[in-house]
Design a protein around this ligand. Sequence first.
Ligand SMILES: [Fe+2]
Length: 136
Amino acid sequence: MPLFTWSSTYELGIPAMDRQHLTLVDAINELHDAMLSGKDRELVQRTIHQLISYTKVHFESEEQLLTAKGYPSFPDHRMQHHAFVSRVLDFHNQYMDGRVVLSAEVMLFLKDWLASHILVEDRSYAVWMKERGLVR
Ligand SMILES: [Fe+2]
């Protein structure tokens, strides 16, 4: 069973962002599967790396959208993205050094962070843009 089950609750109604969020959810689920499959270090490292790269791609794309539309809470939103990336990078470095293991707690942190970010912060910009007819 996947750790993070996507549902329409997470849809913003902005297709490009929804597709990217779904890809991030898949990346988190893949990492969870890698963890459950016996913690093969190489597989886990590769999967964390994929999650980090795709997270950066998505955040950049979302930040471009927010900038293009003149979203007023952009600075705060970007700060949250940066804080998340640096936490995941920290974890990645510690994992590479053998100082931490990939645990259920880490997986829950990733899942909960993404779920609440989409439901609260991302939904805020989607509502703001829709109210102004900035997205279809
Ligand atoms: Fe975001």
